[in-house]
Design a protein around this ligand. Sequence first.
Ligand SMILES: Nc1ncnc2c1ncn2[C@@H]1O[C@H](COP(=O)(O)OP(=O)(O)OP(=O)(O)O)[C@@H](O)[C@H]1O
Length: 294
Amino acid sequence: MPDQASEGAFEKAGTAPGDGAVPAVRVEGLWKRFGQQIAVNGIDLVLPAGRFIGLVGPNGAGKTTTLSMITGLLRPDHGRILVAGDDVWADPGSVARVKSRIGVLPEGLRLFERLSGRELLAYSGRLRGLPGDEVDKRAAQLLDVLGLTDSQHKLVVDYSTGMRKKIGLVAALLHNPEVLFLDEPFEGVDPVSAQTIRGVLERYTASGATVVFSSHVMELVESLCDWVAVMAAGRIRAQGPLAEVRGDAPSLQAAFLELVGANERAAAGDSLDWLGGTGSAGSGTGSGAGGGVR
Ligand SMILES: Nc1ncnc2c1ncn2[C@@H]1O[C@H](COP(=O)(O)OP(=O)(O)OP(=O)(O)O)[C@@H](O)[C@H]1O
């Protein structure tokens, strides 16, 4: 386990673990607003290299906006982002340079629908500058591992949600990136395929590469990740090794609910006393104790 001071797991971005190794991602004072909505509120983040990292947070926390800025898809209003030591937004050429070193499976992935899966991969590989025979070799292997060989000649438009995720993942891995960013990679993926994807990603991180993925599924994050960042309302609430972020809580889910203040929100549901059941279905003047019509 990296030797990050335990208080560094909370609120502040801790120092980069790994004895001075260059972190996979370093974010300083990152800020993004859409009109009146502050989506990302001046966050600092340090994600160590060679880890399986989960970025978790409730709906609207700012995860996708953060990942979009880190991966060069969305320009920040303020702040600095280094990916493997390279400043993403430093100059016009830097975004392209960083993009060549990373793989991305974005949310709401848009694919070339009228290509077959195999053609899509050939195209992605050539865009990445890989020789054709190398693309063919890697594509065939990844399609086989992910169970897509039989559907490789189908048009992408005819792929299911899970198949789209898988072909998107293959495209993101084809050039063997240093850091892989995945927005909700397991959404719509069946348990067997999820297990296979897991295996591929674990093998990938074991070789020193980094996976950063966002998810709402705490059990999944807890079982896969060794490093976690928790986001809520545009801020980082905690970051660090999984065990530190979980602390004394019985599970990551419990720690997460505490960190994002969701327990109070759940209690607010008590006001919905009209919902469900066979009790007072009427106007709300109620038939309860003392509330009857005289
Ligand atoms: N293009 C946009 N225009 C306006 N507001 C946006 C835009 N993108 C995001 N937002 C707002 O920014 C905030 C953060 O959104 P974001 O999609 O980053 O959250 P998220 O954590 O990924 O949420 P979810 O888990 O629901 O996907 C939300 O309030 C959202 O409405």
